[in-house]
Design a binder for this molecule. Structure first.
Ligand SMILES: Cc1cc2nc3c(=O)[nH]c(=O)nc-3n(C[C@H](O)[C@H](O)[C@H](O)COP(=O)(O)O)c2cc1C
Length: 182
C-alpha cells in the first residue's frame, strides 16, 4: 500500500505558543506508524496576506498545495474564547477543493475543556468543506502536570489515528474509483 500522507496542521501562531510542542508530539506518534508519511504544516511558517486576496498569493498556493497532497489531516488546535484561533480559520479558508472527501482528526488543548469547544466548531466548518471528521479526539487539559506524558494520551492518539488512517485509505480508494460529488 502507498503510504498514507498525513498533514499535521499546527493552528496556533501566537507568540509564546505551546501548540508547536503538541504538533511535534502527534507528528512523532503518527510517523512511528509504518503506513504513515507525515507532513508538518505549521501555520507560523506561512506569510499569509492580511486581507483575503482577489487572487491567491504564492503563500496561499503553497498552503493549498500541502492540503492537496495530503490523504488526511491532524488539526492541532487550542481553544480561544470557546472556539479555535483566527490563524487556523484564515488558513482553512485558503483551500477549497483540496480538502474535499478527506478525513480530519483533532488534537486539542485548553484549560479543563481540553479544547473540545474548538473541535466542535471545527467539525461544523469542515462539514462545509466535505471533510469527514473522525469521532475520537485527543484532548489535552493544560491543567495537567505533564499534559502529554500519560498512557491515556498515547491511547487516545492511537485510537484517533486508527480511525483517521482507515478513512484516509477508504476515501483515497473511493476518489480513485470515481470523482467526488459536490
Ligand atoms: C485569546 C485567548 C483566549 C483563550 N480562551 C480560552 C478558552 O475559552 N478556553 C480555554 O480552555 N482556554 C482558553 N485560552 C487558553 C489557551 O487555550 C492556552 O493559552 C493555550 O496555551 C493557547 O494555545 P497556544 O499557546 O498554542 O496559542 C485562551 C487563550 C487565549 C490567548
Amino acid at each position: 500500500m502507498r503510504p498514507v500522507r498525513l498533514a499535521v496542521i499546527v493552528g496556533s501562531t501566537r507568540e509564546g505558543r505551546v501548540g508547536n510542542a503538541f504538533g511535534r508530539w502527534i507528528a512523532d506518534v503518527a510517523a512511528a506508524r509504518a503506513e504513515c508519511e507525515v507532513d508538518v504544516v505549521d501555520l507560523v511558517d506561512f506569510d499569509f496576506p492580511a486581507h483575503y486576496p482577489r487572487q491567491p498569493t504564492a503563500e496561499v498556493r503553497r498552503f493549498a498545495g500541502h492540503v492537496g497532497r495530503a490523504d488526511g489531516f491532524v488539526v492541532v488546535t487550542p481553544e480561544y474564547n470557546r472556539s479555535f484561533p483566527a490563524s487556523l480559520k484564515q488558513a482553512i479558508d485558503f483551500a477549497y477543493d483540496e480538502w474535499h472527501a478527506k478525513p480530519a482528526g483533532f488534537v486539542s488543548y485548553g484549560y479543563r475543556s481540553a479544547g473540545l469547544h474548538a473541535v466542535e466548531q471545527l467539525r461544523t466548518v469542515f462539514t462545509e468543506l466535505h471533510v469527514m471528521t473522525v469521532r475520537n479526539t485527543v484532548g489535552v487539559d493544560l491543567c495537567d502536570a505533564d499534559p502529554l506524558d500519560t498512557e491515556d494520551r498515547r491511547l487516545a492518539a492511537v485510537a484517533m489515528l486508527d480511525q483517521l488512517v482507515w478513512w484516509a485509505v477508504a476515501l483515497r480508494e473511493a476518489r480513485g474509483l470515481r470523482p467526488y460529488v459536490k
